[in-house]
Design a protein around this ligand. Structure first.
Ligand SMILES: [Cu+2]
Length: 420
């Protein structure tokens, strides 16, 4: 009798075990299927409901680093920024194959290693930093860590921002004694548009840098972009500068975070009927305004169909190698900060669920995930052995970076509670 009872219990237990395993398998397979290589994200429609606006409380900005408009930097401030950036590139930590600067580049390169085909392992199955909601929070953390690395060299330095609507900004950025010249030495003929110049940066300390070709490549062809910084500035179709104030101000008409994030990143846009279509605007446009690319059809905004990436800034993975990257992203982050201050302060404005792993409010974002995910390879050579050099021992979720003041900085345009 006792034996029979044990047998009965055993079969009940094994039945439960089978049910649990099957359910777990079904859930795992179905969720990973949703977010595989073929997962494409479309932001919500402009009519989706939004929470009531919440403004930040007036707080003191007294002890915060203030990021300034690049056109307002003194020559001393410009020199200090250049020197600190250059020091990061010339400092190779003991036992490392990469400089401190290059570790930031590698980190950005490896966000592209999360497609299933690249051999990524772990929970994150999509790019943790691009084309989805964590674009803004991921780059906020990335930029702040870069700024802190600069401040370890010179505490007075902050990352300046490039206001894309300022006609003077581009010229100032490309000064010989600041971030260096536009590219030189290569003539590009664009049918129907004429001949254009580009090539190697010829002035500033950055022209002297020797780049590691494992992390300086064209992600379409997977070929090296060479050992030097390259710019193809103002090549059609991304040849118009400045960006209109109306285009930037339009962003602030949207109270939905996902819409705001997608429009600001600029890889998609809304057409006249408010449908989401492929685009190349704002932050993405600025990447190509500096980097340049050859495209099949010379229509404005056709850069997604580019046939060849020409310069460093146009290669999404390698773009942080060009110091202009940081100024473009400081402005992107500033616009988000301003949007937050304009009534979108609460975490209610960030998606808490329903996104691929890494993009929900409380998901750790690689590489700040204590090993939950590991990227696969990307680029012309195997760089997976370098991954360990950028593993982080802090956990950072989008929630952790929503309040930029808590991270220790603000912008000269977003100073609350300041007496000046
Ligand atoms: Cu990026």
């Amino acid at each position: 009798m006792k034996k029979l009872l044990i047998l009965k219990n055993l079969s009940l237990i094994s039945f439960i075990v089978v049910v649990v395993i099957t359910t777990w398998l079904v859930i795992t397979i179905s969720t990973s299927k949703n977010y595989s290589d073929s997962y494409t994200y479309t932001p919500p429609s402009v009519n989706s409901p939004v929470p009531a606006l919440i403004y930040p409380e007036s707080i003191s900005s007294a002890n915060l680093s203030v990021r300034k408009n690049v056109v307002d930097l003194t020559s001393k401030e410009k020199a200090a920024f250049v020197k600190a950036v250059n020091t990061l590139q010339n400092t190779i930590p003991e036992g490392s194959k990469l400089s401190i600067y290059e570790r930031f580049v590698l980190e950005h390169v490896l966000t592209m290693g999360f497609d299933l085909s690249s051999g990524a392992k772990g929970l994150a199955k999509v790019n943790p930093a691009h084309t989805m909601p964590a674009f803004l929070p991921w780059h906020r953390q990335f930029l702040r860590e870069f700024e802190q690395a600069l401040q370890a060299i010179d505490p007075s330095v902050t990352v300046p921002y490039w206001d894309w609507t300022d006609p003077k900004a581009l010229e100032i950025i490309l000064q010989d004694n600041f971030l260096g010249s536009p590219g030189q030495g290569v003539t590009i003929e664009i049918p129907g548009a004429g001949k254009f110049q580009g090539g190697l940066v010829s002035s500033s300390p950055f022209a002297e840098w020797t780049l590691n070709e494992k992390i300086h490549f064209d992600p379409i062809t997977e070929k090296s972009l060479g050992p030097k910084l390259k710019r193809f500035t103002k090549l059609p179709p991304c040849d118009k500068y400045p960006i209109s104030k109306a285009k930037v101000e339009k962003l602030f008409e949207f109270d939905n975070y996902e819409i705001f994030n997608a429009l600001l990143e600029g890889a998609s846009k809304l057409d006249e009927k408010n449908n989401w279509v492929e685009g190349w605007e704002l932050h993405a446009y600025i990447h190509t305004l500096i980097g340049g690319s050859l495209v099949d059809k010379l229509e404005p905004g056709r850069v997604p169909e580019q046939t060849q990436i020409l310069g460093t800034m146009d290669s999404i993975p390698s773009s942080p190698y060009d110091p202009i990257f940081w100024l473009n992203h400081a402005n992107t982050d500033r616009l988000w900060a301003e949007w937050q201050d304009r009534g979108h302060t609460s975490s209610r404005f960030y998606p808490s669920k329903g996104m691929p792993f890494g993009h929900n409010l409380h998901d750790p974002m690689w590489p700040w995930d204590k090993g939950l995910s590991t990227p696969g390879n990307i680029g012309p050579e195997d760089i997976t052995s370098l991954v360990s050099s950028i593993q982080s021992n802090v956990v950072v979720t989008p929630m952790d970076v929503l309040d930029f003041r808590k991270l220790g900085y603000t912008y000269d345009t977003t100073r609350l509670g300041s007496k000046t």
